[in-house]
Design a protein around this ligand. Structure first.
Ligand SMILES: CC(C)(COP(=O)(O)OP(=O)(O)OC[C@H]1O[C@@H](n2cnc3c(N)ncnc32)[C@H](O)[C@@H]1OP(=O)(O)O)[C@@H](O)C(=O)NCCC(=O)NCCS
Length: 434
């Protein structure tokens, strides 16, 4: 497993040269240096946000200090220090199976100034990240996307999905278990730490999960500067009968059609186990003067729909959420446990070259995989583009479904064997944005 600090890696030569050929400069930005504020302005502009206050910028700096910030600069522009392209990256342990992880090259803040769009800046930045990550030995890159049309060309593909959930509380009717522990309100002062602690317990079990960071938790807790809803943030924790804090619900209430029909907006609902989940969802659904509960980033088939009498009271809207890009087939596919033995020859096409070739994948009776480059290319029986590998890795989609869509090709019995082997121990989920 790679363990290099992403911050120490040099800039990619190919991207540096490609950008220089169009008069642009590719450069690292130090979060603690004078380049940070212009970098942050460019990111906010790229995501259509307003200008940040000093406090907001300082808050962002705290989160981005551990990241590799890279900008593309047009030094002939009227604001030459404000990058026309931005990207940041860091390495996070992504859970692949309960208790197993791989170091994910995580990418965020991809923006290109509207004045400089469609000149290949994103291509240079993404290519630069992937080459840097692969050269340093990272097996998988990941990102969350604003649009589904952008990243497939670089070999990314959806690997985890998430639902936005709306619950009509007047229809729902609690039908789930009664949790034996207790709920208590907690003060806002140490809320970020509390959210982090519960999340840390659950993310190591859930394929697709990565750790959050202080800034993410401060944001959910209403402790980030500029949060217009901050004063409305409330939170309850669930403690089991032994007194352990096993779940947390952070929410705001908004008056909707009338005072008796408020909306309860879930900022975070993290539950370590079914008991805590039942207690927290019940609290939300049975809250007096609330007609609707809204929550984001829930599992594709949200467990709460099994806890209510009328399942149609729960509307779940599914979206792809985390996209993965395989850079090293051996490193990626040997980093998880599998559900059944497998012996398959894979042929992978990868226009960027990283995963291109034939691979022999064997899974033993204990669910451990060995993947090797195959010399005898005539033996390959299943073929796909690298994108399909990214979708398969965590078991969030079945190989047979990709085959039906024409994204993977192979004999039906072999595809069925892949289905059995890749079946995940838990539905993969990324429960935060990054
Ligand atoms: C998306 C964005 C980063 C693209 O930057 P860009 O420098 O204009 O992209 P490039 O010129 O490098 O284009 C590379 C390829 O992607 C395609 N592409 C770029 N943006 C696209 C989009 N929004 N939808 C579909 N394709 C897109 C280009 O057509 C080009 O295709 P080609 O390889 O077939 O020629 C930029 O438009 C942007 O900043 N958007 C707002 C912020 C955003 O959505 N960021 C993504 C965060 S997840």
């Amino acid at each position: 497993m790679a363990s290099l600090d992403a911050l120490t890696l040099p800039l990619d030569d190919i991207s540096t040269a490609d950008l220089a050929a169009t008069g642009l400069e590719y450069a690292r930005v130090d979060a603690d240096g004078p380049g940070f504020r212009p970098f942050q302005r460019a990111v906010a502009r790229g995501f259509l946000g307003g200008e940040s206050t000093d406090d907001e910028a300082e808050n962002a700096r705290l989160s981005l200090r551990d990241r590799r910030l890279t900008g593309v600069f047009d030094r002939s522009a009227l604001e030459p220090d404000v990058p026309v392209g931005t990207i940041d990256s860091w390495v996070a342990p992504m859970t692949t199976s309960p208790g197993r992880r791989l170091d994910l090259w995580s990418i965020s803040a991809v923006t290109v100034a509207p004045t400089h769009r469609r000149r290949g800046i994103a291509r240079a930045m993404l290519g630069g990240e992937l080459r840097t990550a692969a050269a340093a030995g990272y097996a998988v890159a990941g990102l969350t996307v604003t649009e589904a049309t952008i990243y497939g060309r670089w070999g990314f593909s959806p690997a985890t999905w998430a639902s936005d959930v709306v619950i009509d509380t007047r229809r729902a009717g609690w039908a789930g278990p009664t949790a034996p522990g207790r709920l208590d309100f907690v003060p806002r002062a140490d809320l970020a730490e509390r959210i982090a602690a519960v999340h840390e317990r659950i993310r190591v079990q859930r394929p697709g999960s990565v750790p959050g960071w202080d800034g993410r938790w401060r944001g959910l807790a209403g402790a980030a500067p500029g949060d217009k809803e901050a004063e409305k943030v409330r939170a309850v924790v669930y403690r089991d009968t032994a007194g352990a804090e096993r779940g947390i619900l952070v929410y705001t209430l908004t008056e909707a059609e009338s005072f008796t029909a408020h909306e309860l907006n879930v900022r975070a609902l993290f539950a370590d186990g079914g008991e805590a989940a039942a207690a927290l969802w019940r609290f939300a659904i049975e809250h007096d003067l609330v007609a609707q509960v809204k929550a984001w980033l829930q599992p594709p088939v949200p467990p709460v729909q099994w806890m209510v009498a009328d399942r149609r009271a729960v509307t779940a809207t599914l979206t792809d959420h985390q996209w993965l890009r395989i850079l090293d087939v051996e490193g990626a596919f040997s980093a998880r446990r599998y559900s059944a033995p497998l012996d398959v020859m894979l042929r992978v096409s990868d226009p960027l070259g990283f995963a291109e070739g034939d691979w022999h994948m064997r899974v033993d009776d204990d669910g451990e995989a060995r993947v090797e480059r195959a010399d005898d290319s005539s033996a390959a029986v299943v073929s796909c583009a690298v994108n399909a590998l990214g979708s398969l890795l965590l078991g969030g989609v079945r190989a047979s479904e990709l085959a039906e869509a024409g994204m993977l090709d192979g004999p039906a019995d072999v595809v069925a064997a892949i289905d059995r082997s890749f079946a995940p121990a838990m539905t993969p989920l990324l429960d935060i944005w990054y």
